[in-house]
Design a binder for this molecule. Structure first.
Ligand SMILES: [Zn+2]
Length: 155
């Protein structure tokens, strides 16, 4: 499954990326028809809370209209409706730009704080925006939430 979220669901979109799903987050300036067309063209499900998007002819195939508001509730709703596996391929995509991550080159270790270098074993890097990721406290907490959601909990 591949996804397209509108700007309103940016946080949900980032969690889908964290789980490893290919997820495009469109900015505010994009029109409704363009959103629908992109979803169709790229084979993505368009996740939205905007009821207007369900009025397009193509909507039954591509639009997932969420009723929930809080990100936590959206996650529960989406899990129930689409069977999202939150531990699908965690931390294989850049949270910022959705690009698949690659193993970082040795010289990129300078971006890891010195005190963490001893404990961090793998460093990943986004070839598109240059962000580096490692298994620190932040990633561990996110993994904990993903695992809880997979088990049907609220994280
Ligand atoms: Zn990136």
């Amino acid at each position: 499954m591949k996804f397209l979220c509108d700007e309103m669901l940016k946080r949900l979109g980032r969690w889908l990326r964290a789980a490893g799903y290919d997820t495009v987050i469109e900015g505010d300036g994009v029109g409704d028809r363009d959103l629908i067309q992109r979803a169709v063209r790229e084979g993505r499900l368009l996740i939205t809370r905007d009821r207007k998007l369900t009025e397009f002819r193509e909507a039954p195939e591509v639009v997932i209209l969420l009723r929930s508001n809080a990100v936590q509730d959206c996650i529960q709703e989406l899990t129930g409706r689409l069977g999202i596996d939150w531990t699908f391929q965690p931390f294989t995509r850049c949270l910022v730009c959705n690009t698949p991550l690659t193993e970082a080159a040795p010289e990129q270790w300078c971006k890891v704080p010195r005190r963490s270098r001893v404990t961090v074993k793998h460093l990943f890097y986004c070839p598109q925006c240059g962000k580096v990721y490692w298994e620190g406290g932040h990633v561990r907490r996110m993994r904990g939430k993903l695992a809880a959601w997979r088990a049907g909990g609220r994280g």
